[in-house]
Write a protein that binds this ligand. Structure first.
Ligand code: NAD
Length: 439
């Protein structure tokens, strides 16, 4: 009898340590005071709150929420708020750390933060969701603010929720404060272009990549795992450019069609019915879309030119990395590839455009929104798009040049860039080198 040995899954509570450990690889390539890494190995401040919610049936339910400010040397903390049943403090700390690095890669005047509530939002009514959102923000109100820490949408939170939260915060501080949160509805001080910014940023990375690869869009195939805000936006942009989006999936599973989908109609169906499954299993739509079904594991293993994980973390691990066949992976989700898988993909020669660059379009337009809220001067969609494209191209090229200079993967290069910028801020405050000189 043979005993099958399975790789031990990483302990969830280790995620922050494992994420921070990635800095060590990059640190070998930068002249950096040891204090920089020392500082980044700790979150600046952490708040955990309980959130009581009166349910529609009169009962009380308690939820747990967190807000973590990882580092704010370069500016106020910035980062999304996530609603998901598996939210843990360790995950929120990890996501906050990535935000510190992402804001530095994009050269935004922000540090990193993140928050989340452990809840299955799909199990709540709209009124319960509003009560939860308002109560959560009231309980973290002393911790956030336009000068200290600015939340935004993330998984299963959206513009409407950001609007409720801004309204509640304004009530708590007795002052209309649109700059406390970004990703708001346009009518409540949101920015044009915020809803598609993450997808657009990833798309610009691929356009830069396309120049080097010499792809022709109609011969280039794409699979997108996760068909929410980020996944839909990039699928639509690539489809409009002529790329063949041949597979997409959501939490309930995926669909595959080798000729490529009409992405606009997929988006319509998904948003009307709230699930992709409806595209192939509901009456006339079944006939309208000729597609095979596949699960969320299979979509990752398709032989495509571009694979876009746009859902959750750690979906590509040591357990499945050897089966990945994509030509390039664009990490639109945060942390979809764990560090063990990273090494396997590097050995297989599959390049990865890393999350802290690939999905930074969202935080960049969040920055634009914050600037507009503070100045009262609101920009056209065209203005936002131009500014975003310029910043994405500039920082993509900076990362690509560092990768070539140090002969390292793009991920390491992105961390090198982040460390240089955070390192400059640490040096400007003075390190032991400064304080010991002349004494
Ligand atoms: P969203 O809630 O709009 O969409 C998430 C999508 O993932 C949904 O379609 C959901 O059905 C799907 N999903 C959930 N579980 C899944 C599973 N197990 N397998 C496959 N699909 C699954 O969220 P979003 O804003 O699009 O965020 C997606 C990812 O992008 C997250 O990792 C988020 O942190 C990252 N991100 C988003 C933004 C942004 O501005 N929205 C910015 C940066 C990074």
């Amino acid at each position: 009898m043979t005993v099958e040995s399975k790789p031990t899954p990483p302990k969830p509570e280790d995620a922050f340590e494992r994420a921070v450990a990635r800095l060590d690889q990059a640190a070998n390539h930068v002249e950096l005071h040891t204090e920089v890494i020392e500082r980044l190995k700790f979150a600046k401040s952490i708040l955990t709150v309980s959130v009581p919610v009166r349910m529609d049936d009169g009962s009380l339910r308690m939820f747990e929420g967190h807000r973590v400010r990882h580092n704010d040397l370069r500016g106020p903390g910035k980062g999304g708020l996530r609603y998901h049943p598996e939210v843990t403090l360790d995950e929120v700390k990890t996501l906050a750390f990535w935000m510190t690095c992402k804001c530095a890669v994009m050269d935004l005047p922000f540090g990193g933060a993140k928050g989340g509530v452990a809840v299955d939002p799909k199990s709540l009514s709209t009124r319960e969701l509003e009560r939860l959102s308002r109560e959560f923000v009231a309980r973290i109100a002393d911790f956030i603010g336009p000068e200290t820490d600015i939340p935004a949408p993330d998984v299963y939170t959206n513009a409407r929720i950001m609007g409720w939260m801004m309204d509640e915060y304004s009530t708590v501080v007795r002052r209309r404060t649109p700059g406390v949160i970004t990703g708001k509805p346009l009518s409540l001080g949101g920015s044009r272009g915020r809803d598609t910014a993450t997808g657009f940023g990833g798309y610009i990375c691929l356009k830069e990549w396309e120049q080097a690869e010499g792809w022709t869009p109609q011969d280039t195939t794409v699979a997108v795992q996760g068909f929410g805000n980020a996944g839909q936006a990039i699928a639509r942009l690539l489809h409009d450019d002529g790329y063949r989006v041949i597979a997409v999936s959501d939490s309930k599973g995926g669909i595959h069609q080798p000729e490529g989908f009409d992405v606009d109609s997929l988006i319509r169906t998904k948003n009307e019915t709230r699930e992709l499954k409806a595209v192939y299993c509901q009456g006339s739509l079944c006939e309208a879309v000729d597609a095979d079904t596949l699960d969320n594991e299979e979509i990752l293993k398709l032989d495509v030119d571009i694979l876009v994980p746009a859902a959750l973390s750690n979906v590509i691990s040591e357990a499945n990395a050897t089966d990945i066949k994509a030509g390039v992976i664009l990490e639109l989700a945060n942390g979809p590839i764990d560090d063990g898988a990273d090494a396997i993909l590097a050995k297989k020669g599959i390049p990865v455009i890393p999350d802290i660059l690939a999905n930074a379009g969202g935080v960049t337009v969040s920055y634009f929104e914050w600037v507009q809220n503070r100045s009262g001067d609101y920009w056209s969609e065209d203005e936002v798009t131009k500014r975003l494209e310029k910043r994405m191209r500039t920082q993509f090229q900076a990362v690509r040049d560092l990768a070539a200079e140090h002969e390292v993967p793009l991920r390491t290069a992105a961390y090198i860039l982040a460390l240089k910028r955070i390192g400059d801020a640490v040096e400007a405050m003075g390190t032991s080198r400064y304080f010991n000189s002349g004494t």
